[in-house]
Design a binder for this molecule. Sequence first.
Ligand SMILES: [Ca+2]
Ligand SMILES: [Ca+2]
Length: 139
Amino acid sequence: MSVELLDSGTIVNFVEDEEAFHVSIRDRFAYLDADHDGLLSYSELLKELQSLRVLETHFGIDVQTDPKELAHVYKSLFVQFDHDSNGTVDLEEFKSETKRMMLAMANGMGFLPVQMVLEEGSFLKIAVERESNKLGLAA
Ligand SMILES: [Ca+2]
Ligand SMILES: [Ca+2]
């Protein structure tokens, strides 16, 4: 985990770079798919939902939310990912919902950078690393 400065442009640039985004999605999906059946079960996706720490602070839910309530939030998020309601999340569902959530997050941020604790390997962390690499190249 590390504390990073994140702004909406960083997220949007990452999500809209179709190729880079797809590669990250695919890698993350493979990492989360613990039993390698090509689908994410609730418990597999839960790891990802927990790394979206933003949910605990930006969607009106307090960080100190009791675990039961949080579990309820995670369950309803899983339902959002599972577009065809078959109880598992495939790569396409994972990709389109992650994209939608990240763009919604960027919209909610406005133009000011936000300080956030990010987990290694999470999409937001990758977005930040990408952006700083780009700046490094430009300098
Ligand atoms: Ca699986
Ligand atoms: Ca599904």
